[in-house]
Design a protein around this ligand. Structure first.
Ligand SMILES: *Cc1c(COP(=O)(O)O)cnc(C)c1O
Length: 401
């Protein structure tokens, strides 16, 4: 089947909720993807921050193959060894205490919101609590997660969403304080806003929110779904700030290629929130995905991924800053670690750049606010960054010519 036929068949049978790029990926090797025509692409998107180790990693793949031959599903009515290994490792690397595995990021957010509501319900003896979320945030597409997502065009057709959500400005502590009421039970934010345009939390802001939460017994939920798992140069981005959440959400690179998420909390929150009967999932944390989580954390440690990210980041920043200097339409760079963005001015549509980059064999992403988003596999090297720069240079010089 040729590419056109493949695309037509997909469009005939699948719900049209994505304007997909005209490429049919067939396989991956290291930091490269190959389409059905055999064309090679350098991957600086990692499937939206999922493929931390790139593609076809022998150690990772073998762990999954072994688990498939052993056991893939039991339901959550029983224990299984990968669940125990994965839970223990997530708690150890986060310094948090209790984890619930989900099938996606959005579900992790749902669980975090339920946890916060139950915590406040038990404390106060009544329901009806409020959550503060941030403008330009992104927490997922399910109704609860959408309720705390501060982007109107995602929300509007689905109103009314979950009640009791107030929005504040990210990186503006006063605007958060202004939304606090005696019913506030949680503040949810991304440590580094991803979809919203690659905005890291400022240290004073995050520390201020933490203090505010401590003073008023409000739970701090940090969404680490995109910025977590080594991408910032620490295992979790909040570990760069000396600020610890009460609840953290995790997904994307948590299983480095299988659908798994988690919400993780402190012992104090766990003891005073969800109890048997309050929450569940049939698939969540099944043996296959837990084997992937356990292997992912093992490999992040044995390969010193956070050190690698931290030491490579200045080079990536330098290369991206060169584009800022060189091209007038590139307004600036933002981000942390291997989660970086170049903001383009209105004269150049980021969608066009992403599309032209694919033609040049470079897979990159966009983000809100006309931002070109770089989320490479965490195992990239300086040579890969140079290669990316060469391919992007070709795209940019075409634009100005
Ligand atoms: C991707 C993302 C989500 C949603 O995850 P899904 O697995 O797509 O449901 C939530 N929060 C953040 C910060 C994300 O980047």
């Amino acid at each position: 089947m040729n590419k056109q036929e493949s695309m037509q068949k997909a469009e005939a049978a699948m719900l049209h909720v994505y304007n997909r790029f005209p490429v049919v990926f067939e396989r991956g090797e290291g930091v490269h993807l190959y389409d059905t025509d055999g064309k090679e692409y350098l991957d600086f998107a990692s499937g939206i921050g999922v493929m931390a180790f790139g593609y076809h990693d022998a150690e990772y793949n073998q762990a999954l193959k072994d688990q498939i031959d052993c056991l893939t599903h039991t339901s959550n009515l029983y224990y299984h060894p990968p669940m125990i290994a994965a839970a223990e490792k997530v708690c150890r690397v986060s310094g948090m205490d209790r984890v619930f595995f989900t099938n996606s990021g959005a579900e992790a957010v749902e669980g975090a919101l339920k946890t916060a509501k139950k915590y406040a319900y038990l404390r106060d003896g009544f329901a009806g609590h409020e959550i503060i979320a941030m403008e330009h945030s992104f927490h997922g597409r399910t109704v609860g997660a959408l309720s705390v997502t501060g982007t109107d065009h995602y929300r509007e057709p689905f109103l009314p969403l979950m009640d009791g959500v107030r929005f504040a400005q990210f990186n503006d502590l006063d605007s958060v304080k202004a939304q606090v009421t005696d019913r506030t039970c949680a503040i949810i934010l991304e440590t580094i806003q991803g979809e919203g345009g690659l905005y890291p939390a400022r240290a004073e802001f995050l520390q201020g929110v933490r203090t505010l939460c401590d003073e008023q017994d409000i739970l701090l939920i940090l969404d680490e779904i995109q910025c977590g798992m080594g991408r910032s140069g620490a295992m979790f981005a909040w570990q760069n700030y000396g600020v610890k959440p009460d609840i953290m959400t995790c997904a994307k690179a948590l299983g480095a290629g299988v659908p798994v998420g988690a919400f993780v909390m402190t012992e104090h929150v766990a003891e005073h929130s969800l109890a048997p009967g309050d929450h569940g999932t049939t698939y969540g944390g099944n043996p296959l995905v837990c084997a992937a989580v356990a292997k992912t954390i093992d490999m992040m440690e044995s390969r010193r991924i956070t050190d690698h990210v931290a030491s490579l980041t200045p080079y990536l920043e330098q290369v991206l800053d060169r584009f800022v200097q060189q091209y007038e339409f590139v307004r600036g760079r933002r981000g942390m670690g291997l989660m970086q963005g170049l903001e383009l001015d209105a004269s150049v549509a980021v969608g066009t750049v992403v599309s032209n980059a694919l033609t040049q064999g470079l897979v990159i992403l966009s983000a809100g606010g006309n931002v070109l988003r770089f989320l490479p596999p965490l195992v990239i090297t300086q040579e890969d960054i140079d290669d990316m720069a060469t391919r992007l240079e070709a795209v940019f010089s075409e634009i100005i010519s």
